[in-house]
Design a protein around this ligand. Structure first.
Ligand code: ZN
Ligand code: ZN
Length: 403
């Protein structure tokens, strides 16, 4: 199935329009309307799910049911790409802060590729038979969207697929695709830790419990979990990304607060690291004679696991479609995704792959390549978008295509 010039041009217009109009997580209202409109034009059944989530169902007679997911949200990043179609949009975070918004993770490429895939499939109905369920998921960046759709009855309303596919644009050469067998991305857990002490005058520490000294011990000791407690043959990362306490040099504050982020590949390693963090926080507070600290979950990203057989099949199909040299089997990434929740909710396999978005010359230039979430992240339209479409169509047709 090939993209002709007219479809390619529509795809590029769709992309620049989406790129210029990003919306924050779980607020993708205009994006959802646009997706619904496009799907309805194709004759797909649609329904809303999980707020700003949209499901589009393409039915084409008897046959297997396949799911394909694209995430739709932008990020609070001020775009600095210099592109003609750069975003100047603003949004409001849940805490009321007004922020600039950008498709800095490239989810606009995902929406564009998925809608174009739907258009191709609906135009070439003689090439396949079955049902394709397109899941346009909001709120990936906050790990809220997949859960919101599942909780809103996604799988009660949509036909249940035998497999779910998904893809993400990455700082790799455009035209290439990267697939791993087994774990594709890490689980990620983020917590806020509030450490109460007892405040007072800096000259009279004997009348206080200093939460800065206490929380500093926690921060240092937590560093020993990966180095001293996790089996060296396994992987985990613990990062404490913020630490706030106090206002003035001679006041011992009443509390300290820090936030942390844990990445792991295996459920048992995750459990161990999280239990160790809890133990250290509790024990250090006790060692200081302080009240028990509070731990609140900020977000929790599930495992993103590629069924090894299904991933092997995708690798073979993509190599045939895109050429051996353009498809690579890769190691798991330490980044995270809530994609896995969609398939796990109904116990079916899933495969998630990565497609490149940067001109290949950029990698030889010696200068740093902008990563996802950077204000400079600017995928080139081609061959990025057409590769995303070809990868999606190829994987879907490997299940529903007529030979
Ligand atoms: Zn992202
Ligand atoms: Zn992303």
């Amino acid at each position: 199935m090939d993209l002709d010039d007219a479809l390619t041009q529509r795809m590029h217009e769709l992309y620049t329009g989406l790129h210029a109009n990003p919306e924050l997580s779980m607020q993708e209202h205009r994006t959802a309307e646009l997706i619904e409109g496009r799907l309805e034009d194709l004759g797909a059944e649609t329904f809303r799910c999980g707020g700003t989530g949209v499901v589009g169902i393409l039915r084409n007679g008897d046959g297997p049911v396949v799911g394909f997911r694209a995430d739709t949200d932008g990020l609070p990043v001020k775009e600095d790409t210099g592109l003609e179609y750069a975003s100047t949009a603003n949004g409001v975070l849940p805490d009321g802060t007004e922020v600039p918004v950008m498709h800095a993770c490239g989810h606009d490429t995902h929406v564009t590729a998925a809608l174009t895939t739907a258009e191709l499939l609906s135009a070439k109905q003689d090439a396949w038979a079955g049902t394709v369920v397109f899941i346009f998921q909001p709120g990936e960046e906050t790990a809220a969207g997949a859960k919101a759709m599942v909780d809103d009855g996604l799988w009660d309303k949509a036909p249940r697929p035998e497999i779910i596919y998904g893809q993400h644009v990455m700082p790799q050469p455009a035209g290439t695709v990267h697939v791993s067998r087994g774990t594709a991305m890490a689980m990620a857990d983020s917590w806020k830790v509030t450490v109460p002490g007892r405040g007072g005058h800096g000259s009279q520490p004997q009348d206080t419990t200093d939460p800065i000294v206490l929380a500093a011990h926690m921060v240092v000791r937590i560093q020993t979990i990966v180095s001293r407690e996790v089996d060296p043959r396994e992987s985990a990362v613990v990062t404490i990304g913020s630490f706030h306490a106090g206002l003035k040099e001679n006041i011992i504050p009443a509390a300290a607060e820090f936030t942390l982020n844990v990445r792991s590949f295996k459920p048992e390693v995750r459990e161990k690291v999280l239990a160790s963090i809890r133990r250290i926080i509790r024990a250090e507070a006790e060692a200081s004679g302080a009240p028990e600290p509070g731990i609140t979950e900020i977000s929790s990203f599930p495992q993103c696991y590629n069924d090894p057989d299904a991933a092997g099949a995708v690798l073979n199909e993509l190599r045939r479609e895109l050429g051996e040299g353009n498809v690579e089997e890769t190691q798991p990434l330490m980044g995270s995704e809530d994609f896995g929740s969609l398939a796990r909710a109904i116990g079916v396999p899933s495969v998630y792959w990565f497609f490149g978005g940067h001109p290949s010359g950029m990698f030889d230039s010696g200068s740093p390549v902008p990563s996802n979430h950077s204000p400079h992240f600017a995928p080139v339209m081609e061959p990025t978008l057409s590769t995303g479409v070809r990868a999606a169509v190829t994987a879907i047709l490997s299940r529903v295509g007529r030979q």
